[in-house]
Design a protein around this ligand. Sequence first.
Ligand code: RP5
Length: 160
Amino acid sequence: MTTPRVGIIMGSRSDWETMRHAADTLVALGVAHETKVVSAHRTPQRLYDYATTAAARGLHVVIAGAGGAAHLPGMAAAMTRLPVLGVPVESKALSGMDSLLSIVQMPAGIPVGTLAIGRAGAVNAALLAAAILATTDADLATRLDAWRTAQTDAVAESPE
Ligand code: RP5
């Protein structure tokens, strides 16, 4: 078993429909990762245990997705020095604006790298995590470059 280098956490199983895109992207790039439901308000002890042991367990980056009053990324960031990338999950009531503002407006001192609302944010969080790891992993850098080249090649010139 390869030690996970990226931890994907989310506040609820209902977030998986969004966060699975982060996991799928890491699979495509060959980045070992783990996924877990960790709620800041429903399972605070699970969050404490996860965040305070993340670095020692070998994780390098944490991707945290949550919706509504989305304090999971900020709380996780408060308890680990690892980079935390926050994904605002699209909420029913406010279309994810609540999630976005909850995650992005961190007071100075504890940063959360905030991505876009929904699937785009989940995909980009994984790409950003891979880019961070690629600074010290030449093989992954090659795979990431190839992924981007494939994306470029897939863009048709004609709209029809
Ligand atoms: C947050 O509340 C979760 O991140 C989720 O986006 C939202 C709703 O959770 P459920 O009521 O669907 O479990 O904690």
